[in-house]
Ligand binder design. Structure first.
Ligand code: SIN
Ligand code: FE2
Length: 194
């Protein structure tokens, strides 16, 4: 949904995300087993947050891995956005916040650490544009790439819920929403059933 959030809405959302990041600082996640650091920095809001580290791998947990505190609440305006676009009658439990500096990217992957695949994943882009790639439900199917801009919303739902997706690159200096540049992606997830 290109441009679903107006510039005013993007700025208001950013203010709330800044408050989340003060309470729950961005940290460098590491890959399961190898411990290789990811190029994005992450934090979460919600009753659950998605985390990964060398020892325990991909999972959802109730607390921030560095501070040990519970994650901040999901801002009301994101809960409203979920109600508008998800078509799912239960609230998201997790909002993963990814921060991409200008050289960060994210490899092709599926979002499959949730118990619930009936609910979609709702993704919001803020800041610089990126090249987003989306494929099918296995690594062999072809992929399509398109540019995501600040205020765009993507819903991975229905047949597309388990589609492979990733971010190939950031386009620096394409937005002035973030004063030091970079891109923020928010993904709202329903983790548990129903
Ligand atoms: C993700 O898959 O967690 C992030 C996708 C994005 O940054 O657009
Ligand atoms: Fe993802």
């Amino acid at each position: 949904m290109p441009g679903l959030l107006s510039p005013t809405e993007q700025a208001a959302l950013l203010t709330e995300i800044r408050a989340v990041v003060i309470a729950a600082p961005l940290y460098v996640p590491t890959m399961p087993r190898t411990g290789k650091p990811m190029s994005v920095r992450m934090t979460n809001c919600g009753v659950l947050g998605w985390v990964t580290d060398k020892e325990r791998g991909y999972r959802y947990q109730e607390t921030h891995p560095a501070t040990g505190k519970r994650w901040p609440l999901i801002p009301q305006r994101l809960l409203e956005l979920w109600d508008e676009v998800s078509g799912y009658p239960h609230s998201p439990e997790a909002c993963l916040i990814n921060f991409y500096s200008q050289d960060a990217k994210m490899g092709l992957h599926q979002d499959r650490d949730e118990k619930n695949f009936a609910a979609p994943v709702v993704s919001v882009s803020l800041g610089d544009d990126c090249l987003f790639r989306v494929g099918g439900n296995d690594r062999e199917s072809g992929t399509a790439s398109f540019r995501l801009s600040s205020g765009d919303v993507v819903v991975l739902g229905g047949e597309g819920r388990l589609a492979f997706h990733g971010v190939d690159r950031i386009y620096p200096h394409t937005s002035d929403l973030l004063k030091n540049g970079g891109r923020i992606n928010l993904t709202l997830r329903r983790v548990n059933l129903p």
